[in-house]
Ligand binder design. Structure first.
Ligand SMILES: NC(=O)c1ccc[n+]([C@@H]2O[C@H](COP(=O)([O-])OP(=O)(O)OC[C@H]3O[C@@H](n4cnc5c(N)ncnc54)[C@H](OP(=O)(O)O)[C@@H]3O)[C@@H](O)[C@H]2O)c1
Length: 343
């Protein structure tokens, strides 16, 4: 019998600028009642992702905004503790779904998928083997139309998406792959462990455009943009003719309180015949089988690695989300909610 309480995190107020801990509320309550045919799941890991900042604002987007007073949502991996006659899920199964920001939940199983802990640690399904990994894969290969002769620049390159992008580019035969990140330690990781040919610490490199020109004297064919703003400006000045810009994210402006100034050099798109294309990973789920096949092969061949920053306890989830905008994470940012046995 389950005797614990359930805790969840709710949106208390909408942030202005960088969120603060005051924007969140930790609420303790009862574990939901388990009905016939349902499963009771103990979340073990939950994800925090930059897009969640957008959902904290009351505006129309590709996902609806979080509502004040309601439990937040996001990716989580949990373990089925009790199955009350559910035909699909049994006690002991590990499941991936969008019921994060809470310790326990009851479900019919709709929207959940089983994950196999024998293939990788379960939290990897929130990172390299999950949504961020697929974002890297679809963004680089389909949206960026990567060719092995391309010279590739990646921003936020040590993060969940960026680290996978760097390695896919190398695995696909690209000889010049340059990443940018916010610390020397992250930059060393890019060159020593992810196969980047050079790395730029954007915080202390001076003029980012000049640093990029130094790091990639032959110019950039594909820019995988996780940052926008100053990084996009720097990339535009270094793009080769017919280059492609993959607009994956623009984290530099997610907390802006004033309309951000656009890159002043968009005319490069005309003069250099560039293509800039945005995308949302949810529109590329058809690539999941190919992604899983390729990732499985790369992992087995020792050609895909990742890092995680894990904070302990649901009460630290707000801190984890805020940390994404300060570069507190090295690799995928996760929150651990319970031990594998559910305790
Ligand atoms: N299009 C899609 O479907 C999709 C899906 C997933 C993610 N994304 C986007 O992909 C990007 C990366 O997401 P992720 O989940 O992999 O996060 P992440 O890279 O693991 O974490 C965010 C990182 O961004 C960097 N950063 C934060 N503020 C910055 C700033 N002002 N300038 C430069 N770098 C900054 C920090 O690293 P440093 O220490 O290096 O600064 C931080 O660690 C985000 O823009 C996200 O919105 C898009």
């Amino acid at each position: 019998m389950v005797t614990q309480k359930n805790r969840d995190i709710r949106l208390k107020s909408r942030p202005v600028g960088l969120p603060t801990l005051d924007n969140f509320e930790l609420v303790e309550g009862e574990i939901p009642h388990l009905g016939s045919g349902q499963i009771l799941v103990r979340n073990l890991f939950m994800s925090v992702d930059p897009y969640m900042r957008g959902r904290m604002m009351d505006r129309k987007s590709y996902v609806p905004p979080f509502q004040i007073g309601e439990v937040l949502q996001g990716g989580a991996v949990g373990k089925v503790m009790v199955s009350n006659g559910n035909g699909e899920f049994a006690a002991g199964d590990y499941v991936l779904g969008m019921d994060g920001w809470r310790e326990w939940f009851v479900s019919s199983g709709a929207g959940l998928q089983k994950v196999d802990p024998a293939i990788a640690p379960i939290q990897a399904y929130l990172g390299a083997l999950g949504m961020p990994g697929l974002t890297a894969y679809a963004g680089l290969l389909r949206v960026g139309e990567l060719k092995k002769t391309d010279r590739v620049f990646v921003s936020a390159a040590s993060g969940a998406v960026g680290a996978v992008v760097c390695q896919i580019a190398r695995n696909k035969g690209c000889e010049i792959v340059v990443g940018s990140a916010g610390t020397d330690e992250k930059c060393a990781y890019l060159t020593q462990e992810l196969g980047c040919t050079a790395a730029i610490n954007y915080r202390d490199c001076g003029d980012l455009g000049a640093a990029l020109a130094d790091a990639m004297p032959g110019g950039v064919d594909v820019y995988f943009d996780n940052v926008g703003g100053s990084h996009l400006t720097a990339a535009l000045d270094n793009m080769n003719t017919f280059g492609r810009i993959v607009a994956c994210g623009m984290i530099e402006i997610y907390n802006a309180t004033e309309p951000p100034r656009g890159p002043y050099n968009l005319a490069n798109i005309v003069g250099r015949s560039l293509t800039m294309r945005g995308f949302i990973v949810l529109n590329h789920l058809d690539m999941l089988p190919a992604f899983q096949r390729d990732m499985g092969e790369w992992i087995a061949a020792g050609k895909m690695t990742w890092r995680e920053t894990i904070l302990d306890g649901i009460e630290r989830a707000p801190e984890a989300l805020i940390g994404l905008f300060k570069g507190d994470n090295f690799g995928k940012m996760l929150v651990k909610l319970a031990e594998e046995n559910g305790g």
